[in-house]
Design a binder for this molecule. Structure first.
Ligand code: MG
Ligand code: MG
Length: 264
């Protein structure tokens, strides 16, 4: 499996990271707000409206709206939907595994983050998948420090996820982020230690494990966006925008109310 390869790009300066920190702070607050809004009977379009309103009220641009033709400000992916679910009339039911992915732009700088949560009390299989995916992100972030390589991140995520009996999606990966949502380098959720770029201060990465309860295979629905698991089993996702600093990884998209958001 070929994973991370070395890709050229420009490191962010501290003043640029400071601006991304400001964008990330707002996105963290937005996702905490959205997570607290998930309840039985709400539609995925209701959540999208909440996201757009929050983003604009905070002086930011909804990054996803119009991105490659995407029609909304939020991706909402439920149960066997992995990522890129399009908001619409779909009603969220108790026990659903709901994945929220959001991006915004503040003064030209991007933040990209997301989380999964159960609507109401979590069925055991939903709870365990959420816990493993959240831990996978934490392990990936912990590996994102100077002196490590991009491949160390994917290795940390993959080995943990597979040790728990789940699988990581291969077709979609994390990414560098800055003036654009998707910048080099790619950040796979699989791979080997020492592969790809050597990490140093000035990298800003969106780390986003997508974890399937069953096999890793996915496909895209006829709507051209919604990615679902091939076997119809659950999928879960967490994402943070992370700056690599001298002191180690700094999560730029921290959420202010961990209890409501289900994660930091
Ligand atoms: Mg995202
Ligand atoms: Mg992303």
């Amino acid at each position: 499996m070929s994973a991370a390869r070395v890709e050229a790009f420009r490191l962010k300066r501290p003043d640029e990271i400071e601006r991304m920190r400001a964008a990330g702070r707002i996105l963290g607050a937005c996702l905490a707000h959205l997570a607290a809004s998930v309840r039985p009977g709400i539609t995925t379009l209701d959540l999208d409206r909440e996201a757009e309103t929050f983003i604009r009220d905070h002086g930011c641009i909804p990054g996803f709206l119009g991105y490659q033709g995407f029609t909304n400000s939020l991706c909402v992916s439920i149960n066997d939907q992995v990522v890129h679910g399009i908001p619409g009339p779909q009603v969220v039911n108790e026990g659903d595994l709901v994945s929220l992915d959001c991006g915004l732009v503040l003064e030209g700088w991007w933040a990209d983050s997301g989380l999964s949560l159960s609507c109401g009390p979590a069925p055991p299989e939903v709870q365990r998948l959420i816990e493993v995916t959240r831990e996978a992100l934490e392990r990936g972030i912990a590996a994102a420090r100077p002196g490590n390589h991009i491949g160390d991140i994917g290795h940390a995520v993959q080995t943990f996820v597979e040790s728990e009996g789940y699988s990581v999606v291969r077709q979609y990966v994390g990414h560098g982020i800055g003036r654009d949502m998707h910048e080099p380098p790619q950040v796979p959720n699989y791979g080997d230690r020492g592969e790809g770029n050597l990490l140093k201060p000035g990298y800003v990465l969106a780390i986003e494990p997508m974890v399937n309860a069953g096999g890793p295979e996915v496909y895209t629905l006829d709507d051209g966006w919604t990615v679902v698991t091939r076997d119809g089993r659950l999928s879960c996702y967490f994402e943070h925008t992370v700056a690599i600093t001298e002191a180690g990884p700094e999560v730029l998209t921290l959420r202010p109310t961990p209890a409501a958001a289900g994660s930091r």
